[in-house]
Design a protein. Sequence first.
Lengths: 597, 616
Amino acid sequence: MWIFSPLQRFRWAKLTSIQTQLRIIWPYYLENRAGLRWGFALLVLSNATAAAIPYLLKLATNSLHHPSDPTRMIFFALGLMLLALFHSLLRIFGRIQVFRVGLKIEYELRKAYHAKLTNLDSSFFMQSRTGDLISRGINDILAVRMFIGPGFLQVTNTFMSYCIILPVMLTLDPLLTGLALLPFPIMFGLTWLMTKHLYQLSQIVADRFGKLSSFIQETLAGLTVLRALAVEPLWQHRFDQANGGLYEANLRHARLQSFFPAMILFGGALGVWIILAYSGPRVVEGTFTLGDFVAFTGYLSMLIWPTVGLGWILTILQRGIAALERIGVVLNASPMSPSAPSLAQPIRWSGNISIRHLHFSHATHPVLQGINIDIPSGAFIGLVGRIGSGKSTLLALLARLWPTPPGTIFFDQQDLAYIDEASLRHNLAMVPQDSFLFSASIQDNLLFGHPLAGEEKAWEMARFAALEKEILQFPQRMATIVGERGITLSGGQRQRVALARALVMETPILLFDDIFSSVDARTEATILQNLRQLTHGQTLLMVCHRIAALREADAIIVLDQGRIVAFGPHTQLLIESPLYQNLHDQMQRQEKLETLT
Amino acid sequence: MRPVLTAHTDETRYGHFLDIRLMVRLFHYVQPHRKWLWLALLLLPIGILAQVAQPWMIQRAVDHHLATGQMAGFGFVLLVLGGMAVLQMGVGYTQSTLHALLGQRMVRDLRMALFDHLVHQEAAFFHQNNNNQKNQNQSGQLTNRLTNDIEAVSQMVSAGLIGLLGDFLLLLGITFSMFLLSAHLSLVIVVMLPIILLTSGFVTQRMRLLQRRSRQLQSSMAGRLTEEIEGYQVVRLFQRQQKNRFLFDEDNRNYLQTSLKSNKLEAFQFSFVEAASHITIALLFLYAAIPSIRQAVTVGILVAFIDYIRRFFFPIRDIANKYSTMQAAMTALERIFSLLDSPTTLVDPPTPLPISELEKGRVSFEQVTFGYGQETILKGITLDIQPGEHVAIVGPTGAGKSSLIKLINRTFDVHSGQVLVHGTDVRHLALPQLRRLVGVVWQETFLFAGTIADNIGLMDPAITPERIRWAVAQTGADTFINALPQGLETQLAERAADLSTGQRQLLGLARVLAFDPVILILDEATSSIDAISEQYIQRALQTILATRTALLIAHRLSTIQHADRIIVLSNGQIVEQGTHDDLLQQNGLYAQLYALQLRGQTLGDESPRPPLFFKN
């Protein structure tokens, strides 16, 4: 008995969580209630008609055995055909109906999942792995569809088959029914156990397959190293092991899977054998007709699939529940900074920025420690400092990529923490340090924030970002696809596309994070010249390691260890700030070397 | 040169149903396991016999015993029937297991052959393919060959090939038995069969197209999710959520429409076979009732026919399903074999010469020219580096610095002239030996998933834990490694994001040192790290270089001024060489570069970068 108690506890624990999991799809169920009811009705009818088919077979067999009136056979045969057609139509429509509900819910759920992801922010994404989120959005939602469509269908079919066929069989011969169905509970139990185990084995296969794939990918990426140290044989050995592991897992899975068809065929054959052995003597005695024999084998064959199917579907249902939980975690996540409702028509700001006592920490590590500054509208401010001084974090906070502490950042005297998203994005554009592009055309990337701006605008801003000539050289120009993350472009080109993408927004505030790092000096000069023309009246805050750009700035903020240590124009800082002088000399040397070599 | 790879993805193209040329070649991989193949083939007729005999026995039971009331011999019929059922189960199970075994073994061997082939491909292979516009994502494409393509073959082999043969044989066996039982009634089958086959075939064809579209849409959605998750900051900055939702919804909606269509076909196909079998049975009854036929048809025959018809539809459905598996596998096989056929250009000499101990550590270039494709990079380089000499190479970008050092360990082969290591032409040395003589530290150190220790010893059993600890201590990397909670056993995260560039370079240096090279090459090894890390490396190098020949490429001139010799490369030729002082006197390119550096030092108060070389 000891084996049952933990199982029972396990099931209770499951049941309470099932209720919470099902709450996620409850609204979708309500929406599709009518469809499911229709489907249910059709399935019930199809099962009822199915039960009549063996009965007609019985009548036909008896009529063939004791020929009386040949026209009766025409009647039976036509009846059988019509019934078969009718049954199939009912089954087709029932199945379409039920599966359609599953597909619709899959669609709705995926839509909701995607919408949720677009609403979450840095704090969520920093903790999640990309692959995991995608797997939830694709595979788990698929598992929920299986839970609803085939799950509902199979449970209904099994239930109805037994409800209708079992009484018929019992009226024909209760003892034979009991005997013939003897293998069925075993088949059901085995199927259930094996599908569960099979699912675990398939997880192992998928896991090993994934590991082998990443091993291959890594090996190919690091082949230079492996070759240079002549350790290829070792890596081949490691591959053989991983490959062998996958082979083992595949084989175990296949072995278990092989058992199914064999078992189903044997179960059916055993049933027929029992019927034959039992009914043989009775037919001879005359208490059982040949027609009964035919009908019985017919009924039995109709119960095989519902029985095996139920065992299989239990595993699908369990997976569906687990998938619901995984999806629910994401759907129930709340964005850290709920923003105010967006205004219908965002107001254009003048572009002045005030920062008051801004402190910020990543985990426990303080990054910014008391930033205070006022930037008037239309100013061009440079931002310099060593690596890790907090420059990028300051820009990210201004752009609200991290939640802003209330009362610290003000645009046009409005607290950033309470500004609605649409107003913020219409008034502030940022070029982040890593120029992340999307695998779309250059034009789509340029007009990313302004899809309706038109090709003219794309060309205009490409010109300002000194990109026009290069785009003209691509065979497909603006329609050139840039590949994943913009891989087909050079680093400098990516950086300029990202710049132009921000310029297209024509916002009063622009934040640039190190936009010249992959751009050569001449192009940089061109862009600077263009920017001066273009950004007339726009507030520009630029993290920068280039002297030419810093000379242009109205003032420069020097950051060190999260504090502003100096502030003023280039010439003043060169005299006053040792840190700035130091940084300046480093930059100068670097630039000179570049022009020479 | 013919293209090595076709750029089609798995979904864009389907091959022939059966390509004999490919199958013959695939058969080579079955050779080692052929005894299993024979067993599988032997079981095929036994399994079919066990299936086909059952309705036959039922017919006997009905006609000879039940209908006539003759009970003698009924027990024997039951015994045979039961025996056949057991046999069918046993053989059926063994068969599927055997098919899986054969398929999986073959796939394992094929994957291994492909991996071995790829690992032995030299830089030129990847280089050449990278220039080909079609193969931008090389490592991704190749990984695809080794995983998805092989998987497609695996599906064909384990579920398909022998099974397909079995399906055809079973159909044949059933048809044959039916004819034997009653040629008259078999006419019904002859009428129904083409209708069923054609309809099934048509529906399967349509379904396959829809399923392919489904998969495409699914991967498109996965792609969108990936990009949006990776670029979530940009999405937020440009307030693209609305538009992205719209675009995603387009895919999602198309996916729904496609699924709804294939849902209908699937439901039809599922019930069509069932309806068809019932209609066939009805026709049988009708036909059997015709008085002239009636005489030849017994109830037993009819019962057997009903049973046969139920068994008939399994293989038909199976064949329809296997069709698309076969097509996908044929395309995959074609790509796999064409990859296996790509020649390995850089090979070990048939009889490698032993490494001379006399000139250990000497590297010489004699009239070396080299380039990629049409472009010539190095134009007649002659250079002799003595054992223990420390040489720095400077020059503008594109001068050929990196190409020059890549010839030493035969990453590439020279076009003309020769490169000698230890006084022997590198092409006459065994590759593994040559490569362990030469250690290279690149601008970026590639780290593998695994522990720090794994990354230093690369899991070579010859590199003992003591040697790893020694290498780590020599480079000074132990300072930061010991600070980690698990020390050398610390697992490195994806792309080793938790290590700084400087730390990674120290690991790269430790790795090279663990393999104890005689010649050490530093290719911009310190150019992307900060001054403090560079100081560590400089200290490490001081001891490491004392006994080794060294070649160094560097941007920062302060790091190389104590080199024994400085080579200035420009446009693929050596334009200046000599010690730092010699070159300053020559007042050429080097002197210009150095003047700039000097001014930088006097202007700023930052301490100059420490030299990587010291006078010995």
